[in-house]
Design a protein around this ligand. Structure first.
Ligand code: FES
Length: 103
């Protein structure tokens, strides 16, 4: 079963930034980029480091711990030391509310 879950409001996230969203026993990262809003798993795939304090550079999130990079829109791992992709989640915006689809 898939569920759309209300994550936040559009103005909760500054442009070129992200916020942490915790739901049930999981944590996510919700991004506001020039290309729209996106969602990925919250933790880096390298070590247990949340991406909430990472740096958004266009369509790239840079992990704050070892500066590994991922493509925000797809979760694809782009540069060492990360080699495992982030899980990404569909996002929809209704009015000023952001929903993510959680499997
Ligand atoms: S924990 Fe993210 S790059 Fe190492």
């Amino acid at each position: 079963m898939t569920d759309w879950v209300l994550a936040c409001a559009t103005d909760d996230i500054d442009e070129e930034d992200l916020i942490r969203f915790d739901h049930e026993d999981k944590t996510y990262a919700i991004y506001n980029t020039d290309n729209g809003f996106f969602a990925t798993a919250g933790y880096c795939t390298h070590e247990v480091q949340h991406l909430e304090d990472g740096l958004v550079i266009g369509n790239v999130i840079e992990c704050p711990l070892h500066q590994g990079r991922f493509e925000i829109s797809s979760g694809k791992a782009l540069s060492a030391p990360v080699c495992e992709d982030l899980v990404s989640y569909p996002v929809k915006v209704e009015g000023d509310q952001i929903y993510i689809q959680i499997v």
